[in-house]
Every structure is written in structure tokens, then in C-alpha cells.
Design a protein around this ligand. Structure first.
Ligand SMILES: [Zn+2]
Length: 138
């Protein structure tokens, strides 16, 4: 399960729209291993692509330092799909399977593929994809 406050959900949809026609991305910050997001941090897509994203290294580092200062952790990542469904692509699964990526990350995907934004969250473990429910809180 992933718990988002309404404003965080809106921030992620806005990041997807604002980045269009490129993929948008950002980090989910929360207590280590938590299901509730404390804040969403938009990060520049260094790849500047409509097909892939690469989190800007210095913005990522800044977000990680700030999270650490607040006793929090990076608990997941959001990115948008500009033309395809909100479902992890083979590239996303390969990314999630890299050795340094924490296995308990939430993988949020916002699709703009159907003309309106759609947000889904997944766990990706050992190459397997499991969708998790997204719960909206006030
Ligand atoms: Zn993707």
C-alpha cells in the first residue's frame, strides 16, 4: 500500500503535466520502509526524453541529504509515461533490479497516455511486478 495526501497526489500529476512532452520524475520521501509519503520532491529529468527518465544527480543528492536531516529516507520514485499505460516497462524493471536500488521502494507511475493523468504504484522485486493500492488521505 502507498498512502498519499491529496496534495502529494496532485503534485505528482502536475509534475507529469509540467514535464510533458518529456517524462517527469521525482522522489518519495518518508520514514524508512514506510507506506505513507511525507513529501514528494520533483527532480529534473536529466535524460530530457519522452521515453526514459534519469534523475538529476545533484538534485537527487540534495533531496537525500535533506531527507536524512529530517530523519527520513527516500522510499520510492515517481515518473511519468507520456504515451503508454501506468505500468512498469522492461526498462523500469531493469532499473528496479539494479544492485543499489532498495528492494522496498514504491514505484509510482503517472500515465498521460489516454489524455488524462492516471497514477498507479508498484513494488518491483526480483523482476516481478506487483501493483499496490494507493490510498488518499487528507
Ligand atoms: Zn517507465
Amino acid at each position: 500500500m502507498l498512502e498519499l495526501r491529496r496534495h502529494q497526489w496532485l503534485e505528482m500529476l502536475a509534475e507529469a503535466w509540467d514535464s510533458y512532452p518529456l517524462e517527469g520524475c521525482g522522489l518519495l520521501v518518508g520514514a524508512s520502509g514506510a507506506e505513507a509519503v511525507e513529501r514528494f520532491v520533483p527532480i529534473r529529468n536529466e535524460a530530457r526524453s519522452s521515453r526514459i527518465y534519469r534523475l538529476d544527480g545533484s538534485q537527487y543528492a540534495k533531496a537525500a541529504v535533506q531527507a536524512d536531516r529530517d530523519g527520513l529516507d527516500i522510499i520510492g520514485v515517481m515518473h511519468s509515461h507520456t504515451h503508454t499505460a501506468a505500468y512498469p516497462s522492461p526498462t523500469d524493471v531493469a532499473e528496479a533490479s539494479k544492485p543499489l536500488v532498495p528492494p522496498d521502494w514504491h514505484w509510482v507511475i503517472v500515465s498521460l497516455g489516454w489524455g488524462y493523468p492516471e497514477l498507479h504504484s508498484f513494488r518491483i522485486l526480483d523482476g516481478g511486478i506487483a501493483e499496490e493500492p494507493v490510498v488518499l488521505a487528507n
